[in-house]
Design a protein around this ligand. Structure first.
Ligand code: GLA
Ligand code: ZN
Length: 659
C-alpha cells in the first residue's frame, strides 16, 4: 500500500478555499516542500459535492485530484457521510439520530445520522456511487476513507425495530432471551418482542444482558452501514481498498469486529503532550499502546490517519507540541508499525469550530513557521526510513483486550462503582513490558495465540469458555500466563459463573477466588514476601481479591486486615508452562520487577542494560528505536540524543540514524 514508501500528509479541505485559487496553488507548492505524498480529501464536502438533491458537482474535486496527482500526491478519498447538507435534514428529518433520551437531534453537528434510516442510506449510497463513477479510473486514488470516526448510537423507532430483529436472530425464542438475561429479576420476563426497548436514562438500565446486547447491536448496525458504503463503491470499483479512521480508547464500538472488513486499519492520535502532572514518557506510552492495539487488529502495518502537527482545540488545555515533539511522535508511530504519518489538517480553517485547531499551514500561510519546518523535517526523515514501509513486528507478548468483556465489567454494579480503571490496569502491564523492549500485541478472545510466549489477561471479567480452553492449552504447552483479579467472573450475557472461579482456569492457576473487596481512592493494602525472612513489599489497591491457593505457590501475601496471609501474587506450574495470578493492583514498580524477570527469561531482548530516564525502546523488524521523551539530552549507545530525539539502530547491519 505504501508502494515502498512511508506515507506523509493529512486531511486536506480545499472545499473551504475554492474561492481562493492562489491559496490552492500555494498548497501544492507547500505540500511539495513538506514532502507530502498522500492527502485525505472530501471528508466533509457533501454540501459542495451535491449542492441540491441529486445534482452533483464533482468537477472541482476532480481538478484538485488531478493537480495533486500531477505532482505525485496520492489521495485517500472519503465518502462524505460523516456530515450532511442542511437540505437533506430539512427534507428528511428521519435521517437525524435519536438519543437515548428519545430526543431527535437538530441539524448542526456532524456524525449525527441514523444508521438505519432507508432515506439516509439511499442518499449516502447515491453520493458514494457518484464519486466512484467519476473517479473509478483515477490512478491517484489509493484508498477509500469511509465516513469519519464512526461512533454513536440511534434510538429511533427504525433502530428499535432492527434491535428486536437482531435479538430474534440471536436468541430465536423469548424463552432463551429471558434465560440469557436472567429476566426473572425485577419481574422482567418479556412476553412479546415488542416490549423490548433500547437502554434509556429514564428507562431500561437494570438488565445487564440487554445493555450488553444493545452495545453489540450498535457495533453490528455501524458495521452494516460501513458495509453498505463499501459495497456501493466496490460495485463500481472492485479493486478499491477501504479504511475507517478509528479513535483512541474508543468505547462505543468493538473495533475488532471491523478488522476483517478493512484493508488497512487507521486511527486518529491526539496525545495530550506536556500535560501538567503527567510525564511526556507516559503520554508517549499511551499513544504507543494504541499504535500497538491498532497494529494488532490485523497484525499488519496501519496508518496514523490524523494527528495534530501542533495543538488541538478541544482538549481542556490545548498545548502546542514543543520543538522536536512532532518528530518524536511521528517516529513513534512508525516504530510501532505505522506506514503513514498524517495530520489533521493541512491548512488551518478560517472559521467555525476548528479555526484554532493546529494545522501544517497556519493562518499566516508562512513556510518559515516552526510547525511547517518541523513537518518538512519529518517528511524528510520518513523518506529516509522508506525501508521500514510494510515491515511487520515480532510476535512476543500479547495483552488480552476484549471490548465485550470491558462493556460487561463496566456496565455492572459491583465492588467499585467509582471506577475500575481498566486502561490504567492495562497500562501498568504494557508500560513494564514496553520499557523492556518487548513487542506487545493486543488480542481478543478470538485471537490466535500461536507464536506468543507470554499472554497477559488484565481484568478479563467475561472470560469465554473457548478462550479458557485456549489459555489452558497455551500454558500446558509451555506458555506463560499472567492473569489478574476480576477475571473469569461472568459469561457472555453477563450471567455470573456458577461454581469456582476464575472460571475455567482454577486448575491452571492452582487456586480459587473467595471474595473481592473494593478499595476507596488512596486506600491501600500492604503485601509482603511469602517467604519468611525475604524482604519484599508492595501495596494493593482498587480491588483486592482473596483467593485460596490449592497448588499455586504464593510469592507475595497480604500483610494486613483479615486478608493477612492470603496470596496476593502466586505462580502455578501447569503442564510445561506457568500461570501467574495477581490478586490486586500494585504500583508501577511491582510490574517493572515482574516483567523484567519474565522478559529476560522469555525473550531475546535487543537491549539488556537499563535506559536513561525517559528513553523508550520499540522494535519493528530489524529496527530498534530509542526515543528520548524527555526535555533533557540523553546518552544511549554512546550517542547523544537531543530532547525528544530518536536513535534508530538496525540490529542486523548496525547502521545508526539519529533524528
Ligand atoms: C477528529 C476528526 C477530525 C477533526 C479532528 C480534530 O479526529 O476526525 O475531523 O475534527 O478530530 O482534532
Ligand atoms: Zn435510528
Amino acid at each position: 500500500m505504501g508502494n515502498g514508501k512511508l506515507l506523509h500528509g493529512g486531511d486536506y479541505n480545499p472545499e473551504q478555499w475554492l474561492k481562493s485559487p492562489d491559496i490552492l496553488k500555494r498548497d501544492l507548492e507547500l505540500m511539495r516542500k513538506a514532502r507530502v505524498n498522500l492527502v485525505t480529501l472530501g471528508v466533509f464536502s457533501w454540501s459542495m459535492l451535491e449542492p441540491e438533491e441529486g445534482k452533483y458537482d464533482l468537477d472541482w474535486l476532480g481538478e484538485i485530484i488531478d493537480n495533486l496527482y500531477a505532482q505525485g500526491i496520492m489521495v485517500d478519498l472519503a465518502t462524505p457521510s460523516g456530515a450532511k447538507p442542511a437540505w437533506l435534514v430539512q427534507k428528511y428529518p428521519e435521517v437525524q439520530r435519536v438519543g437515548a433520551d428519545r430526543v431527535r437531534e437538530l441539524y448542526g453537528n456532524r456524525h449525527s445520522h441514523c444508521y438505519t434510516s432507508p432515506v439516509y442510506r439511499e442518499k449516502v449510497r447515491a453520493i458514494d456511487q457518484a464519486l466512484a463513477r467519476r473517479f473509478r479510473v483515477h490512478p491517484g486514488i489509493v484508498m477509500w476513507h469511509v465516513s469519519n470516526e464512526l461512533g454513536g448510537e440511534c434510538h429511533c423507532e427504525l433502530c428499535q425495530a432492527k434491535f428486536r430483529e437482531w435479538l430474534k436472530e440471536k436468541y430465536a425464542t423469548l424463552d432463551r432471551l429471558n434465560e440469557a438475561w436472567n429476566s426473572a429479576f425485577w419481574s422482567h420476563i418479556y412476553s412479546d418482542w415488542s416490549q423490548i426497548e433500547s437502554p434509556a436514562p429514564h428507562g431500561e438500565g437494570a438488565m445487564h444482558g440487554l445493555v450488553l446486547d444493545w452495545k453489540r447491536f450498535v457495533t453490528s448496525r455501524t458495521l452494516d452501514f460501513y458495509r453498505m458504503e463499501r459495497d456501493a463503491v466496490r460495485e463500481l470499483i472492485p479493486e478499491a481498498k477501504f479504511t475507517v479512521n478509528m479513535m483512541y480508547r474508543f468505547d462505543g464500538l468493538d473495533y475488532a469486529k471491523f478488522a476483517p472488513d478493512l484493508d488497512i486499519i487507521s486511527w486518529d492520535d491526539y496525545p495530550t503532550w506536556h500535560k501538567a502532572g503527567e510525564s511526556d514518557e507516559d503520554i508517549c506510552l499511551k499513544s504507543a499502546m494504541m499504535h500497538d492495539f491498532f497494529y494488532s487488529l490485523k497484525g499488519k502495518p496501519f496508518w496514523m490517519m490524523e494527528s495534530s502537527p501542533s495543538m488541538t482545540n478541544w482538549q481542556p488545555v490545548s498545548k502546542v507540541k514543543k520543538p522536536g515533539v512532532q518528530m518524536l511522535s511521528g517516529l513513534n508511530a512508525v516504530a510501532h508499525g505505522a506506514d503513514a504519518v498524517m495530520y489533521f489538517q493541512w491548512r488551518q480553517s478560517r472559521g467555525a469550530v476548528e479555526k484554532f485547531h493546529g494545522a501544517v499551514v497556519g493562518h499566516d500561510g508562512r513556510e518559515e513557521s516552526r510547525v511547517f519546518c518541523e513537518t518538512a523535517e519529518l517528511g524528510k526523515a520518513l523518506e529516509q526510513l522508506a525501508p521500514l514501509a510494510g515491515v511487520p513486528r515480532e510476535r512476543e507478548a500479547a495483552i488480552v483486550h476484549d471490548q465485550e468483556s470491558k462493556w460487561a465489567m463496566e456496565g455492572s454494579q459491583g465492588p467499585r462503582n467509582i471506577g475500575l480503571g481498566y486502561w490504567d490496569e492495562v497500562m501498568l502491564h504494557y508500560r513494564a513490558l514496553q520499557k523492556n523492549a518487548v513487542t506487545v500485541d493486543f488480542i481478543g478472545q478470538d485471537g490466535d495465540l500461536s507464536g506468543y510466549k507470554l499472554i497477559v489477561c488484565p481484568m478479563l471479567y467475561m472470560l469465554r469458555e473457548d478462550f479458557a480452553e485456549k489459555l489452558r492449552g497455551f500454558v500446558a504447552k509451555g506458555g506463560t500466563l499472567v492473569l489478574t483479579y476480576w477475571s473469569g467472573v461472568a459469561d457472555e450475557t453477563d450471567l455470573c459463573r456458577i461454581g469456582d472461579t476464575p472460571f475455567g482456569l482454577t486448575d491452571v492457576l492452582g487456586l480459587r477466588r473467595l471474595e473481592i473487596d473494593g478499595m476507596y481512592e488512596g486506600e491501600k493494602r500492604r503485601c509482603v514476601s511469602a517467604v519468611a525472612g525475604e524482604r519484599a513489599e508492595a501495596y494493593g489497591s482498587v480491588l483486592c481479591e482473596v483467593a485460596k491457593s490449592e497448588t499455586a505457590k504464593p510469592i507475595l501475601v497480604y500483610a494486613e486486615d483479615f486478608f493477612k496471609g492470603a496470596p496476593a501474587v502466586c505462580v502455578n506450574r501447569y503442564g510445561r508452562g506457568r500461570a501467574y495470578y495477581l490478586a490486586t493492583r500494585f504500583e508501577p514498580d511491582f510490574y517493572s520487577g515482574l516483567y523484567r524477570g519474565l522478559a529476560s527469561s522469555l525473550f531475546d531482548l535487543p537491549i539488556t542494560t537499563p535506559l536513561p530516564d525517559g528513553v523508550l525502546p520499540a522494535r519493528r523488524g530489524d529496527w530498534l528505536f530509542l526515543q528520548n521523551t524527555s526535555g533533557r539530552t540523553a546518552t544511549v549507545m554512546r550517542r547523544r540524543l537531543q530532547p525528544y530525539g530518536t536513535l534508530i539502530v538496525n540490529l542486523k547491519t548496525k547502521e545508526k540514524l539519529i533524528f
